[in-house]
Write a protein that binds this ligand. Structure first.
Ligand SMILES: Nc1ncnc2c1ncn2[C@@H]1O[C@H](COP(=O)(O)OP(=O)(O)OP(=O)(O)O)[C@@H](O)[C@H]1O
Ligand SMILES: [Mg+2]
Length: 294
């Protein structure tokens, strides 16, 4: 696999980012929020960008998905999603966003409308994805999606409004909405940072399970090296818009070269033993431990 060519034909390569540069027009002038970032994600892989607040993680994710306002951000470099050059034109990114690639946003309470039922919002995602049409078919698909994210009594939950569900259940709804389009690649921007640790472990476990079942590629954004350690194949450590260190999860966690990474490691309260014999051989990763099942 060569990343040096523009004409990749590797069908397993879901995301290729090369020399990504993002300038933001702020009231204090131009900020180079992302400065020459390169990475790739193949089918079934989880790649994590980790770094302190303001290091440019979300800007990278939003830039890759072309979700930054055009009048505020200048994005350059090379970004291919499932082989399609998404920086080339607005129509190119519309072909893949909400189809081949889906975003799991950080905060369920702001991502979901408080005045519309779960069923209405999930149904809209299903219709947009073209996965089903007609009321009965859409409801059946919504129930199946909620089952897949392990929400109990899905038919009853569809009638509820966001404030009637817990944070963990809402995060599962957001994952179900992301799954509605049967994406090949999921971008998850701090998907568990608003949740307490046991709920967080359940959500991470769910993402890994879905990945193993479907071979989804996952771009995970987090500031938590404990989370990164559980889910990642590769980790890129970001600081002030650049990757200061990149490598396989074990390399970064066990032999961090940069003092900055060592500092992030020191912030993880306890690290349990590595699981040396993963019980899920279907995963493409042989390096990462399993998330705790709760
Ligand atoms: N709308 C904006 N206006 C001005 N500056 C911004 C804006 N959005 C981001 N920035 C700047 O871009 C840089 C990167 O921000 P970004 O949100 O990508 O960081 P992050 O790593 O996702 O942080 P966090 O962990 O807090 O989510 C920061 O210096 C931030 O101040
Ligand atoms: Mg962010």
């Amino acid at each position: 696999m060569s990343l040096a060519t523009d004409d990749t034909t590797d069908p397993d390569l879901l995301l290729e980012v090369r020399d990504l540069q993002i300038e933001l027009m702020t009231t204090n002038g131009i900020v180079r929020a992302v400065d020459g970032v390169s990475f790739h994600i193949a089918r079934g892989e989880t790649v994590t960008i980790i770094g302190e607040s303001g290091s440019g993680k979300s800007t990278t994710a939003m830039g890759v998905l072309q979700l930054l306002p055009a009048d505020l951000a200048v994005v350059s470099g090379h970004v291919r999603i499932t082989g399609l050059d998404v920086l080339a034109s607005a129509s190119a990114v519309r072909k893949v966003r909400g189809r081949a690639v889906a975003l799991i946003p950080q905060d369920p309470m702001t991502a979901l409308s408080p005045v519309r039922s779960i069923g209405s919002q999930l149904g809209e995602a299903i219709r947009i994805a073209g996965a089903a049409s007609g009321r009965a078919a859409v409801t059946a698909r919504a129930v199946r999606l909620l089952e897949q994210v392990h929400i109990p009594d899905p038919a009853a939950q569809l009638k509820k409004f966001p404030h009637q569900l817990s944070g963990g259940m809402l995060q599962r709804v957001l994952i179900a909405i992301a799954l509605a389009c049967e994406p090949q690649l999921i971008v998850a921007d701090e998907p568990t940072s608003a949740l307490d640790v046991t709920v967080q472990a359940g959500i991470l476990d769910l993402l890994l399970e879905l990945q193993e079942q479907r071979g989804i590629g996952l771009l995970m954004i987090t500031h938590d090296l404990g989370v990164a350690r559980l889910v990642s194949d590769r980790i890129h450590v970001m600081k002030a818009g650049v990757f200061v260190e990149s490598g396989a999860v074990r390399q970064i966690v066990e032999h961090p070269a940069e003092p900055y990474t060592q500092g992030l490691l020191a912030a993880v309260p306890t690290l349990g033993a590595w699981d040396e014999t993963p019980s899920t051989p279907a995963t493409t990763s042989t390096d990462r431990p399993e998330a705790t099942r709760v």
